[in-house]
Design a protein around this ligand. Structure first.
Ligand code: FE
Length: 347
């Protein structure tokens, strides 16, 4: 009897132990599942309101969560460098080929593995080694006063150096990566002497000191301070959205020569990514026809995937010939462009 009691006591203890261990195992399984829930981490210099809707759509479609940190392009690049192997980031998303090229030159990226990117995005908008890809296109072209300039007076970036534009030109500072990229592209096409002459002419035609923002250039034209300027197309798009009848128009530069200078916002998979397969999934989704329209139209840019139509407001500006110089080259020539602008007094 005693033995029987002892035995049943042992049995119930065993039962309770095993029930408890089953419970704790299943609890562990649940928490392990939560920790393993797929998540990709993005550092982005593209602002939150431009990326969140796109990431939300990606999560809805794939179940993969995206967490992100936004900041200035240089600060994010320096952060990735400083974090080294410990970085939590899988993807760096930034604007301008100059920044993408710089991040690649600092050995921050690994080659993109997904075939979708090369299929969807034209070669001139991607790094030849596959280290980064453009995701949207912005043209940097001429903006002019419809009250004081006739479009047949305009032709090219180079022609803005001619004396007829004396005191009528507004430009952004030479410090801005957009300016560096444009001058790099022109340097690649025209060589040093011609580019020096052009920059010298621009400087002598300036109506005021170079400006800190593209929007200031358009404000200055509207205020009658100057008649022509150079801007990224999406700044014009934002203005036009607010003021459909604004007395400004875009002119597609260099249609009879090299094509209008285009640049990109883009991204690459980081060398020390903890989730490279998810990072590649995100990039292949971002270049898809489904995502490209949303990604570009949020910022009034052009989809980088040529199969995808532009936002209606953007499409109204008409078709134009793009400069198809590889943007890697634009990045690589930036240091030369900076020195050239310094020599010619462009600040
Ligand atoms: Fe910008």
């Amino acid at each position: 009897m005693k033995l029987k009691q002892w035995f049943s006591g042992i049995l119930s203890a065993l039962f309770m132990w095993s029930a408890a261990s089953v419970m704790s195992l299943s609890a562990l399984a649940v928490s392990a599942q939560a920790a393993d829930e797929p998540e990709v981490v993005v550092y982005s210099s593209r602002k939150e309101h431009l990326i969140k809707p796109v990431f939300d759509a990606f999560t809805k479609e794939t179940g993969i969560k995206v967490s992100y940190l936004t900041g200035k392009d240089n600060a994010l690049i320096e952060r990735v460098k400083a974090e080294g192997r410990a970085t939590p980031a899988d993807v760096l998303m930034t604007v301008d080929a100059g920044n993408l090229w710089y991040a690649a030159s600092q050995d921050l990226f690994q080659p993109i593995q997904t075939q979708q990117v090369a299929k969807a995005i034209p070669a001139h908008l991607r790094d030849p080694q596959g280290l980064w890809t453009g995701l949207s296109i912005r043209a940097r072209t001429i903006v002019y006063s419809t009250e004081r300039v006739k479009p047949d007076e305009l032709s090219s970036y180079e022609a803005l150096a001619e004396p007829q534009w004396k005191g009528r030109l507004c430009l952004r500072t030479a410090k801005k990566v957009y300016t560096k990229s444009l001058v790099s592209a022109l340097l690649a096409h025209n060589g040093q002497d011609k580019t020096e002459q052009m920059v010298k002419g621009w400087v002598s035609n300036l109506a005021s000191a170079p400006m800190a923002k593209d929007s200031h250039i358009m404000d200055a034209i509207l205020a009658g301070q100057c008649d022509v300027g150079l801007v990224n197309t999406y700044y014009f798009g934002r203005l036009q959205e607010k003021q459909p009848d604004v007395a400004l128009k875009l002119f597609w530069a260099n249609q009879n020569s090299t094509g209008t200078h285009v640049n990109v916002s883009g991204a690459g998979v980081l060398k020390h990514a903890k989730h490279p397969e998810l990072a590649n999934k995100l990039l292949s989704w971002l270049v898809s026809e489904q995502a490209q329209g949303l990604f570009a139209s949020l910022n009034k840019e052009y989809p980088a995937n040529p199969e995808v139509p532009a936002d209606p407001l953007v499409a109204k500006w008409g078709r134009f010939k793009q400069d198809d110089l590889n943007l890697q080259k634009v990045g690589a020539l930036q240091a030369d462009a900076v020195r050239l602008m310094q020599r010619m007094g462009y600040r």
